[in-house]
Structure formats: C-alpha cells, structure tokens
Write a protein that binds this ligand. Structure first.
Ligand SMILES: *Cc1c(COP(=O)(O)O)cnc(C)c1O
Ligand code: SF4
Length: 459
C-alpha cells in the first residue's frame, strides 16, 4: 500500500528541455566565418586581437562574412548604419555567434547590427536621455537619483555598442544623427566625482558604469577602486560591464585587467566592503565554452557576478528563450538580477516590447529555477522615477499602451508614464497618438485613473 502511494507521488523524469541549458556551444565555431577560417584558438582568445578586429563599418562587415549572406543584406545594413543613433562596433566573438543563414531573425545581429528594413516608426513621445540622467547629475559623469546609491560614468566607450543603449545621448562617437554629450573622462572630473561622493555620507553604493568597465585600463580599475574604497561610508561597489557577454576571452587573456578587478574585490573584502561585477547577457546565444571558462575564473576567485538583461523584441521576448537564458546563467553562477523594459530610446522601436510582454514572460520564468536566480522585471520609469517592478503600475491601459508608475521613495507625489511601442497598437489609437492634444488627453486620462497626483513627469 505504502509503495503504491509513493509511486503515485513520484515525479516523472524531466524531458530534454529541462536540460537544454547545459548544451553549451563548443569547438572552434568562429571558423565558419570566412575571415576567421584560419584563426587558431590562441588568436581568437586574444583580447587585443578581438578589439582590433571589431567590425565598425558595412565594408568591414562585408569583408568579414563575405558570401554567407545575400548582397541585398549589405545594402540594408549600409542604410541601417547611416540611420542609427549609436556607432557600430561588433567583436569577432559576436560576429561568430550570429547564425548568418538567418541574419534577419538572429538575436545577436538584432542587437548590434542595424538594418534599415526592420526599423519601425518612433513613438511620438520618444526623446534622448529618457531617464533624465543628466538632470540628476550634480557633477559631470555622476548620477545621484536614489538616496544611498549613485552611478559613476567614468568613460564613454564600450567593447561593443548596443543598438538599444539607453545612453545613446553620450556613448560612443558622434553619429550622423546624434552628437554626443560628454561624460566625466578626465582625471580632474573623476576627482570631482569622488569629492562629491565623499561629501554625501548617505552614499553607500556606487555603480561604476559608462561606457563599460572593460575599457578601463587596469591601472584605472585600481585607481577608481582604491579611491572609492577609501571613502568610509562607501560599503558596496559594482563594476558594470557587458564584456563577459560580448568578449569573455578578455577575462582569460587580459591578466592585468582580471587581476586589477580581483585586487579591488579582495581589498574590499578585507575592508568589509562588497565589490561585484554586474554584466549584461541578453541571449543564450551569447554563451559558449569560452564564457563558461571565463565565469569559472571569476567564480574561483570568489567574485560575485550578477546579470542585467534588457527585454528585446526578437531577442529574448519569448518565454522559453528567457527561461533558457535564466537557467543557463544560473548554471554558470551568474545571478540573473534584473530584466529591464527597453528604455524609450529613439530610432530602435523594432526592439521594444509592450509592458504586457514583460508580465507574460515573468510569469513563465518564475518557478523555473532557484528564486535567487530569478530576475526581477523592472521598468526604469521615464523622467527619472527610477526602477519599478513592472507589475507595480498604478494603471495600465493596454489599448493606448500607457502604463503609469509612481516612486514614493525616489520622487514622492509624482507619476511617471511608459509607452508601449506604437506599431503594437491598433491603427485608430496610433492616429490619436499623432494628434498632440489628443495624445496629451489620453495621457491625462491614464494618470487620472492612477489616482493620487494628477500630473506626471514627461519623459
Ligand atoms: C540602476 C541605477 C542604480 C542602481 O540601482 P539598483 O536597483 O540598486 O540596481 C543607481 N543609480 C542609478 C541612477 C541607476 O539608474
Ligand atoms: S555596453 Fe552598455 S553602455 Fe555600452 S552601448 Fe551597450 S548598453 Fe550602452
């Protein structure tokens, strides 16, 4: 009798999909790319080679992938490069991770290589710097929005440039369509930022972003680390870098950089302060044996790595893809921390999703693995409200695509609005968005439904 009951309660063995995240890409996959056909492992793992060989123009792209794609794709990319708000820079590791038999639907191509034919009309309410980082900035290159934490932007370069970058107002070189704002790039500006942090005893937590900490010279990693660790009230630091996702080999071959980060982490630990790395994987296709090896190095050294993804149409907005990404990151001991709603950035509407997509994906992902490896889905409220749990809207009208948030401990008494991409709305609503007074009335109505304050902070 007892055994019968036990049998009935026995969980059936998991199907192959439960183990899919352990299928990590192996081998010399880069040799499928014409330009890298004769590149050996030592060369491909060399971070200097990766930097030098990065693709920055349609001509370099053509020269690299040659006949793997139709000539019409290059014409499309040429026009895409011309219209993009971000400069283009793609590492060979990323080029080799694209499935060039399907460049249009490939999640890596989608993130880094603009093509004109997939562009969608901008929502009429989009702006540069929708997060108002410049407004909350007491000195150049420092954003102090929350009480106890600040964002330090010491440089404006990255190992790759993401089409969807929220700092397209500042990151990378000027493009045909955007002239960039300057961040703190000189030692004097860094000193001013440290002086400000020292003067504010409430600041316990500093995010070092940019740009990307990967591009900091090792001596500057140490200098910034030492300067911040020396401030008595600073208790936590995070070096933000997309590097592990787009150029993981640097951790294996740039010993000076990896040792510099390790040095700051170890020194912090001796001082009772936490120093971690925050990275930015968006797609399971970014992960290979090289990633696994690099993450093992950081894990052995006791360095905590957390991940912040952006929810991107065609990249990770389907529940199974996000579940796979989350499980795979957990498997590599990279903690999925956040999945962000795509910011209201100009020129990349093909990449945004409605709030509803985040709600659906979150529901599916929660329960897939350990709770501490389950990301929180957040919307960084346009206008400077800060990050809000996507579910916590005060009102969401799926027809007009308006979600209203409030942030009592960040900007009390104010409402913030997020807009679903315009091409996902019904044609009659799209028409209303294009008449400024009607659009304003739609927003006012949504804000009124949200209750409390009747005004909102425009993005
Ligand atoms: C995201 C962010 C932080 C860090 O916020 P967490 O929720 O702690 O990750 C700090 N300052 C600014 C301006 C930010 O945008
Ligand atoms: S790595 Fe980060 S800062 Fe750099 S382009 Fe990408 S999103 Fe922007």
């Amino acid at each position: 009798m007892e055994t019968i009951v036990r049998e009935a309660h026995r969980k059936p063995p998991a199907g192959p999909e439960a183990l899919e995240h352990r299928n990590i890409r192996q081998g010399e996959f880069w040799r499928a790319i014409p330009k890298y056909r004769d590149v050996d492992e030592a060369t491909f793992l060399d971070h200097i080679w990766q930097g030098q060989q990065s693709v920055k123009s349609p001509e370099e792209l053509l020269e690299t992938v040659k006949d793997l794609v139709e000539p019409s794709f290059f014409d499309d990319a040429r026009e895409g490069f011309r219209r993009a708000p971000m400069a283009v820079r793609v590492s060979p590791y990323m080029i080799a991770s694209v499935d060039w038999t399907k460049p249009y639907s490939d999640p890596i191509r989608t993130q880094f290589i603009p093509v004109a034919s997939t562009l969608r009309p901008d929502h009429p309410r989009l702006v540069l710097d929708s997060l108002h980082e410049l407004e909350d900035s007491p000195v150049p290159g420092l954003t102090h929005r929350y009480v106890d934490k600040a964002l330090f932007l010491p440089l404006n370069v990255c190992p790759v440039y993401c089409r969807f970058c929220t700092r397209s107002y500042a990151i990378g070189s000027d493009t045909d369509v955007v002239e960039k704002v300057s961040l703190a790039k000189t030692p004097k500006q860094w000193q001013d930022a440290f002086a400000y942090i020292s003067s504010r005893p409430e600041l316990e937590d500093i995010v070092i972003s940019g740009g990307d900490s990967y591009q900091l010279a090792p001596k500057n990693v140490t200098a910034i680390g030492d300067a911040l660790l020396a401030i008595p009230h600073v208790r936590r630091m995070r070096f933000a870098t997309k590097g592990p996702a787009v150029m993981p080999m640097k951790i294996l071959t740039d010993h000076a950089w990896t040792d510099a980060i390790t040095g700051v982490v170890d020194k912090g630990r001796r001082l009772g302060k936490e120093v971690v790395i925050h990275t930015h994987f968006n797609s399971p296709r970014e992960i290979s044996w090289i990633t696994q090896k690099a993450m093992n190095v950081l894990f052995e050294r006791g360095i905590t790595v957390r991940n912040q993804s952006v929810l991107i149409r065609g990249v990770n907005d389907d529940p199974h893809t996000m579940q796979l990404l989350v499980r795979q990151l957990g498997y590599l001991h990279v903690h999925p921390y956040y999945v962000y709603m795509h910011d209201l950035v100009k020129g990349v509407e093909d990449l945004r999703t409605p709030i509803q997509t985040a709600l659906d994906v979150e529901k599916f992902v929660r329960g897939s693995t350990a709770g501490f490896n389950t990301p929180t889905f957040v919307c960084d409220a346009p206008g400077g409200g800060g990050k809000r749990d996507v579910h916590s809207f005060d009102y969401y009208d799926r027809r007009t695509g308006i979600a209203v948030y409030s942030a009592p401990s960040v900007k009390p008494g104010k409402h913030f609005v997020y807009f679903d991409p315009i091409d996902t709305l019904d044609p009659d609503v799209v028409e209303r968005w294009h008449i400024p007074q009607v659009a304003e009335a739609m927003i006012a109505e949504a804000v009124a439904h949200a209750g409390g304050a009747r005004s909102y902070v425009p993005a």
